[in-house]
Design a protein around this ligand. Structure first.
Ligand SMILES: Cc1ncc(COP(=O)(O)O)c(C=O)c1O
Length: 471
């Protein structure tokens, strides 16, 4: 390594010593920041000790310490007492720009959170539903669809949501969307048009659900979540008049909203003349009992119920819905027209057919049984190999959160990645990398089981526990 050059983990840093060059501290900061932004330093990567990097670069340790501190303050790095400095998980980067660096790893075990088993997509049944729909649909259906969506699909979905989710809905209340994120984007626009400027969001929560608020004029206010769901007292304190919640199974904490919080939420909504966007995430998959009915059924005039088939069938379909209160229909449809009114009509035809044939509910029954087995296996393996683990969340959905004790979640995920095991640190689901106290310096990770068949779970967790014992 030359005197003024460093190369760790494939990263190359060079000093600029031309006249008027920026200070060495600024240059190092810039080099490291750019490396994170470009994915050359992936989330969880451990930085060399300041003394080591200073030696490599031929600068004083002070320069490195100052650069590290700056990047910790900016949120690019996290400094863990006694364990060193790590690259933070930057949600936007992880999700989009930096996908390539992490996706190049061929995972032995990917505990991907919130992804169904894509190999179990009911190809034959979907094909049959599509064939039947194409055989019977009048040619006029192949035109641009109406913004609200296909009437047959809205009718079948309203019946399904009423029967299975306790929703109060008729076809006219439904709008078909490209999924939950699309529905939230539409509602963000509609809410802004009606004078809302803030919305409470779950913290931690699924970051792509925040994206629709970027540039919408609505500011997302992080509201803490615990084992009873969203903290309604904090919501009241925030002064927001709107909230986005996933009460059936919160991602990533895994809680279901308790009856007393549900009651408090409804009281709040009435008191502030507010709006609840209810993301019915994971409601199809409850293993210990029947899921609680959607909150929408209790207060349909203040709740927009949103859902999709991304977990029950496959994200690739891009099919979802929203059930709208009367007073939000026009603003939501106006917003939809402005954003993008088109959801592929042929997919809508096929889904309408799949619902009315009973195929969708049969598929859900099969998947429920399969995922319940995987979850049971995962909990048993975690308990066996991590005796001090706390598994959080109800018996539902496609993921659980495991607190493995003190330490850095990012460092733990990085150690696992080095062994081609992918786990998801909870801090990547924290807005602005603001980590709630209960997860600060905890090895809290989200483990999904949609992508790992039951017979491989025990082996994956055992391998993970070997890694844990070495750090
Ligand atoms: C909390 C939450 N809501 C909704 C979704 C589904 O979003 P979409 O319907 O846009 O695929 C996900 C996907 O992982 C999620 O985590």
């Amino acid at each position: 390594m030359s005197e003024n050059q460093s190369n760790f983990s494939g990263l190359k840093l060079e000093w600029d010593r031309s006249p008027g060059h920026p200070s060495l501290i600024r240059q190092l900061e810039h080099g490291l920041r750019t490396a994170v932004q470009r994915g050359q330093l992936p989330a969880g990567a451990r930085l060399p000790a300041s003394r080591v990097l200073a030696d490599q670069l031929g600068c004083s340790r002070w320069v490195v310490v100052q650069a590290y501190e700056q990047l910790v303050a900016e949120g690019y790095f996290a400094s863990v007492t006694g364990a060193g400095t790590y690259v933070q998980s930057l949600p936007a980067h992880d999700e989009r720009r930096h996908r390539s660096s992490i996706e190049n790893i061929s995972w032995r075990y990917d505990f991907a959170a919130g992804i169904p088993d894509l190999s179990l997509f009911p190809r034959r049944e979907w094909l049959a539903a599509t064939r039947s729909a194409l055989n019977t649909a009048p040619s006029a259906e192949f035109d641009y669809g109406t913004p609200a969506g296909l009437l047959a699909l809205r009718t079948n979905l309203a019946a399904y949501l009423g029967r299975v989710r306790g929703a109060v809905a008729v076809a006219d209340d439904l709008v078909i969307t490209n999924g939950v994120v699309h529905a939230v984007a539409v509602m963000a626009r509609a809410m802004r048009a009606r004078g809302f400027d803030r919305i409470g969001v779950e913290h931690p929560g699924w970051i792509p659900l925040r994206t629709p608020f970027d540039g919408s004029g609505l500011t997302p206010i992080p509201i803490p979540v615990d084992s009873e769901g969203l903290d309604v007292t904090e919501l009241i304190r925030s002064g927001a008049r709107a909230v986005l919640i996933s009460p059936a199974h919160q991602f990533p904490v895994g809680s279901v909203m308790s009856p007393r919080r549900r009651a408090a939420l409804l009281e709040w909504a009435d008191a502030v003349d507010g709006l609840i966007i209810e993301d019915d995430y994971d409601a199809e998959f409850r293993y210990d009992r029947n899921p609680l009915a959607a909150i929408q059924g209790l207060l349909p005039e203040r709740v927009v119920l949103v859902g999709s088939v991304s977990k029950s069938l496959a994200p690739a379909l891009r099919l979802g819905w929203m059930v709208l209160p009367e007073s939000w229909k026009t603003p939501a449809l106006d917003a939809l027209r402005a954003v993008d009114p088109s959801v592929a009509v042929i997919s809508q035809l096929a889904f309408a057919e799949y619902l009315s044939s009973g195929g969708f509910e049969r598929h859900l029954r099969r998947m429920r049984k399969d995922y319940a087995g995987r979850r049971q296996q995962l909990v048993a393996s975690m308990t066996e190999h991590f005796p001090n683990v706390t598994v959080q969340g109800i018996s539902a959905g496609l993921h659980l959160m495991a607190d493995l004790g003190p330490g850095s979640d990012i460092a733990f995920a990085a150690q696992a990645a080095a062994q081609q095991i992918r786990v998801y640190p909870v801090s990547r689901y924290c807005l602005n990398r603001d980590i709630p106290d209960q997860y600060m310096n905890r090895r809290a990770v989200v483990l999904g089981y949609g992508g790992i068949p039951q017979h491989r779970i025990a082996e994956g967790i055992k391998t993970l526990s070997n890694i844990a014992s070495t750090i």
